[in-house]
Write a protein that binds this ligand. Structure first.
Ligand code: BES
Ligand code: MN
Ligand code: ZN
Length: 497
């Protein structure tokens, strides 16, 4: 799917179909008005007859209007103007693409004029980005492992975003939107691949591939390399697994050598059985998504590299399986992390923090401007925030605010949660420096963040718990590609734009 922008009025644009919006009270947007005027009142008549309602999610195809260059005019409902939001914008774009049908190869949409609601109107570059990413999301599917592919086309080959005047912001936004969609799709694809295909060594090979394509410097450590680094907490999680672990380090260098990098650390558990503290069987297949933190680091690096952002970014991915066998870690086992701190593993299912803590210690060597770890870390975060907000944890108010602002600008919601010493007591152990879990049912997502905080004293740090937001359950089961938009937006901000 290709995206372009053209300056043209709704009635004059040459395309297989032109899409215009109408609000629920019958108010026509400027392009709808232009087409109505040219065709001598066809849209007005359709509103009057009740065919066009302007209701959210509605779409009516009109054909062969007089004096209109495009043979089809698709009228989508925008809902109530005062309620029109970014969310409604996305919904209208999705409705248009779905309603266009297979005959439309070349779809024009006059979406930039769809604004309303309270708050301030979004910038055109942000709208164009949202437009592109929403369109790409609408047609995305995972059929890589199906022997018979769907023969339905994946949406129109070309989509034109209509502008009223030449607008550099729109052109920039489209380019960025494509880069962002490419990044999110990489994340989704990796997230959707099953644990038997997407193994730690598969992720290592992916890193080499991405490195070649985008000129990233890539280093992949195998078990021996990881042992040499002293990452015994990480390795404790691999004790029951036949698949060898990988530590993957990727460097994107878009700024001066001397500029301190942002380090992204991703949890890459390619399958989480829980280990000896075995998980219940229902929906255990979903634990193939336990590498979505790592996948989001891949996606963000891809987006940032395609945008050629002037920032330095280091991606650290910790990848292994959490399995059980005769050699698996047992509850009560104690390991020494790379930092020297010892950890009593009271629950082998709290494995994410055990692999992340060593990666967070490793991150120190890059003298980072900030470190952000991304992890499907706790079920407790799903209880707290569902699948709407990513949990954001940081002791650093400034960094937290910067991430929250990025999350709003990218329409990728996050909510700040506490990381405070008052919760640290839960991690006391009689036999080691700390336990890996706190009291059951007591602020589990916060306690997990507090565990990580013990390894991040040397730099500015934030933790994103994406357990609820990295994928959807139910009929539309699949990875969401979140929080690639948030992270990319954050790095765009760091790059000064
Ligand atoms: N990968 C899970 C967290 C998770 C749970 C992600 C549900 C997505 C959906 C993590 O490794 C885990 O098992 N966490 C435990 C921690 C507990 C033992 C303290 C949890 O949340 O139950
Ligand atoms: Mn687990
Ligand atoms: Zn896990």
């Amino acid at each position: 799917m290709e995206f372009i922008t053209k300056v043209a009025a709704g009635d004059a644009i040459k395309a297989d179909c032109v899409t215009v919006g109408v609000f629920a009270d019958g108010e026509m947007t400027p392009s709808a008005k232009a087409i109505d005027a040219a065709s001598k009142g066809v849209i007005k008549a359709a509103i009057k007859s009740g065919d066009v309602t302007g209701k959210k999610g509605s779409a009516v195809m009109l054909r062969q209007l007089a004096n209109v260059a495009a043979p089809r005019v698709l009228v989508v409902g925008l809902g109530k103007r005062e309620e029109f939001s970014q969310r409604a914008f996305g919904e209208a774009v999705r409705t248009a693409i779905k309603a266009a049908g297979p005959a439309v190869k070349d779809l024009a949409i006059a979406a930039l004029e769809w604004t309303g609601g309270k708050g301030k109107a979004a910038r055109h570059d942000a709208l164009a980005r949202l437009f592109v990413t929403t369109a790409r999301e609408t047609v995305f599917r995972t059929d890589e492992l199906k022997s018979k592919k769907d023969d339905e086309p994946k949406g129109p080959a070309s989509i034109t975003l209509l502008a009223h005047a030449k607008d550099a912001q729109v052109e920039q936004g489209i380019k960025q939107g494509v880069a962002l969609a490419n990044g999110s799709e990489l994340t989704k694809r990796l997230g959707n691949l099953p644990g038997n295909v997407c193994t730690p060594s598969f992720l290592g090979a992916q890193a080499e591939k991405l490195g070649k394509e985008f000129k990233l410097q890539v280093e992949v450590f195998d078990r021996k390399g990881i042992e040499k680094l002293g990452m015994d907490s990480f390795l404790s999680v691999t004790n029951g697994s036949a698949q060898p672990p990988r530590l993957i380090v990727m460097h994107y260098k878009g700024a001066a050598k001397t500029a301190a990098p942002v380090v992204l650390v991703g949890k890459g558990i390619t399958f989480d059985t829980g280990g000896v503290s075995l998980k219940p069987g229902a929906n255990m297949d979903e634990m193939k998504y336990d590498m979505c933190g790592a996948a989001s680091v891949f996606g963000t690096l891809r987006a940032v590299a395609e945008m050629k952002l002037p920032v330095n970014v280091v991606g650290i991915l910790v990848a292994c399986e959490n399995m059980l066998s005769g050699t698996a870690t047992k509850p009560g086992d104690i390991f020494t992390s790379m930092s020297g701190q010892t950890i009593e593993v009271l629950n082998t299912d709290a494995e994410g923090r055990l692999i992340l803590c060593d990666a967070l210690t490793y991150a120190e060597r890059f003298k980072p401007a900030a470190v952000i770890d991304i992890a499907t870390l706790t079920g407790a975060c799903v209880v707290a925030l569902g699948d709407v907000h990513t949990g954001l944890f940081s002791p650093d108010d400034e960094l937290a605010d910067e991430l929250l602002a990025a999350s709003r600008a990218a329409f990728d919601p996050a909510w700040r949660m506490p990381v405070e010493d008052a919760y640290q007591d839960q991690l006391k152990s009689n036999f080691a420096d700390m336990a890996n879990i706190g009291a059951p049912g007591k602020a589990g997502a916060v306690v997990a963040a507090c565990f990580l905080a013990r390894f991040t004293k040397a730099y500015r740090w934030a933790h994103l718990d994406i357990a609820g937001t990295a994928w959807k359950s139910g009929a539309a089961k699949g990875a969401t590609g979140r929080p690639v938009p948030l992270l990319t937006q954050f790095l765009m901000g760091r790059a000064g734009g």
